[in-house]
Design a binder for this molecule. Structure first.
Ligand SMILES: Nc1ncnc2c1ncn2[C@@H]1O[C@H](COP(=O)(O)OP(=O)(O)O)[C@@H](O)[C@H]1O
Ligand SMILES: [Mg+2]
Length: 221
């Protein structure tokens, strides 16, 4: 369970808050969609939940630990063990193969070498990318890049997947495949928090919150 209390973020260079006193509870295994216009604070909220960014004030308690007040080491531990992040622009290592991209979190988390091959093959099967295992990431299509990024997010089996506009660079057919994949991941018990400006995609969530000027202005379920 994630409990967000009075969360605010003011970037150094900005005079208006990116997040303004946000309160929100997110249950384990929930599929939550966050919508809102560009600049409304969606990415900032997702980055703080994922431990990528620190708030100016407020608390984010994940399984009873306030991640806004832990040390940097504990925060990176939280990031790598509890969350898998999926970005709009994929953030793959272009010169690495699919295998080596998906392997990175296993190395970071000190997973025993003799487990790597099996885990990578099995997760690539799940995202339908097993035949690209030896391809360089730079040679993949957009949809394949995002499926590779999702495999990387899943390979350490974190309970929560955070996706920031994962279909933002994809055509409608590939977007549909990615959304199906996120739904499957959620059906298997993982929490999914999806940031999107696409109202149709947002409906994959069991709950939708809308941000405007860093505040929650609407909630539907
Ligand atoms: N690193 C940053 N430095 C300064 N301002 C930022 C930074 N990131 C975001 N902002 C500002 O914070 C507000 C919210 O941004 P963001 O969370 O990216 O919104 P969204 O994802 O909904 O488009 C915007 O006004 C944006 O310009
Ligand atoms: Mg954004």
């Amino acid at each position: 369970m994630i409990v967000i209390e009075k969360l605010s973020k003011i970037y150094d260079t900005a005079d208006v808050p990116a997040l303004d006193n946000v309160d929100l509870k997110i249950n384990d295994g929930e599929f939550l969609s966050i919508v809102g216009k560009s600049g409304s604070g969606k990415s900032t909220l997702l980055h703080i939940i994922g431990g990528i960014e620190k708030p100016t004030s407020g608390k984010v308690t994940v399984d009873e630990v306030d991640i806004t007040s832990v040390s940097d080491n504990e925060l990176s531990d939280y990031r790598s063990r509890k969350t898998g992040f999926v970005f709009q622009s994929f953030h793959l290592e272009p010169q690495f193969t699919v295998y080596d991209n998906v392997r990175l979190p296993l190395l970071i988390n000190d997973i025993s070498y003799n487990e790597h091959k099996e885990r990578i093959e099995s997760i690539l099967k799940k995202v339908g990318l097993e035949d690209k295992i030896k391809s360089k990431a730079s040679k993949l299509s957009g949809g394949e890049k995002q499926r590779c990024a999702i495999a990387r997010a899943l390979v350490c089996d974190p309970p929560l997947i955070l996706a920031d506009e994962p279909c933002g660079n994809l055509d409608s057919e590939n977007s549909f495949k990615i959304m199906e994949l996120l739904k499957n991941i959620n059906d298997e018990g993982k929490g999914v928090i999806l940031v999107t400006h696409d109202k149709e995609a947002a409906r994959c969530g069991s709950r939708i919150i809308e941000l405007k000027d860093g505040r929650i202005i609407n909630e539907t379920s």
